[in-house]
Design a protein around this ligand. Structure first.
Ligand SMILES: [Zn+2]
Length: 269
């Protein structure tokens, strides 16, 4: 067994025995790991209460074989996110960050960029950031960094360029348009994860019609960092629809509804 050191965000903890905890950590160096912290529940312990949910800490662990839990031998608190002080909705959003990190990453698969953007998102949430934009921003970023990036320009099925042709598509398919100023809309496949051209759309399940403004908002969010998300001017109606769309996409990807969706007011369709 070799001793390793890592900077870690605590995603989940549960009691293992009277005195020990099992923790799921997202580390900058090794990605997600799971380990047992023996004696963590005793009054005097080597973990210094650093293994609380959403704590950022420096850990030392003894590496075990692939299936077994690692043994956490030390943890030193670097930072405790106190997002609950910025209101319950932001706290739920912070828990959602932890839930997505746990659900969408594999063990021992390092993603330092995802670690950094997660830490920064939690920092901005704690400072009172706008969850209406930070939640879809974070969903998009974790999707992009884990290989589930939604296709926004090209048809996800055949690769044909789709942007700019959608209103014609909508008319072909007989979708209602609103008078002279027909809104541009795109078909978005929740199963394939991206826009579809009019030729590929027929017969597909799990397709929703999405206004161009929502696709544009996704493009805008993609180029941002958590700190500058607040400078974007996206109408609340658009960010609301975007949250709904990404929430549905995440549900399809995970095969279940994330626990925090209910608390964040996202429907489970
Ligand atoms: Zn196509």
């Amino acid at each position: 067994m070799s001793a390793e050191q890592a900077t870690a965000l605590v995603l989940r903890t549960y009691d293992f025995s009277e005195s020990s905890l099992v923790v799921t950590l997202f580390t900058r160096e090794f990605g997600k790991i799971r380990g047992i912290a023996k004696g963590a529940k005793r009054p005097k312990n080597p973990f210094d209460f650093a293994l609380d949910l959403l704590s950022l800490c420096r850990v030392v662990f003894l590496r075990k074989s692939s299936e077994a839990l690692h043994i956490i031998t030390e943890a030193k608190l670097q930072r405790r996110f106190r997002v609950e002080q910025s209101g319950l909705p932001r706290y739920y959003a912070a828990l959602y960050v932890a839930e997505l990190l746990n659900a969408m990453t594999d063990e021992e698969d390092a993603h330092p960029e995802l670690f950094d953007v997660s830490e920064e998102t939690l920092t901005v949430l704690q400072k009172g950031g706008d969850i209406q934009l930070l939640v879809p921003f974070y969903e998009l970023r974790i999707l992009d960094l884990t290989g589930h990036s939604p296709a926004l320009d090209m048809c996800v099925s055949c690769g044909e360029s789709v942007r700019g042709r959608a209103s014609a598509q909508s008319r072909e398919e007989g979708h209602p348009t609103s008078g002279a100023n027909a809104r541009q809309e795109y078909y978005f496949s929740l199963l394939d994860g991206g826009v579809l051209c009019g030729r590929c759309r027929p017969g597909k399940r799990g397709v929703v019609l999405v206004p161009a403004s929502v696709i544009d908002a996704m493009e805008e969010l993609r180029g941002k960092t958590p700190r500058d998300v607040g400078s974007l001017h996206i109408a609340p109606s658009v960010s609301g629809q975007l949250r709904g769309l990404l929430g549905q996409y995440v549900c399809h990807l995970l095969g279940q509804r994330p626990r925090m969706h209910e608390y964040l007011g996202l429907s489970g369709r």
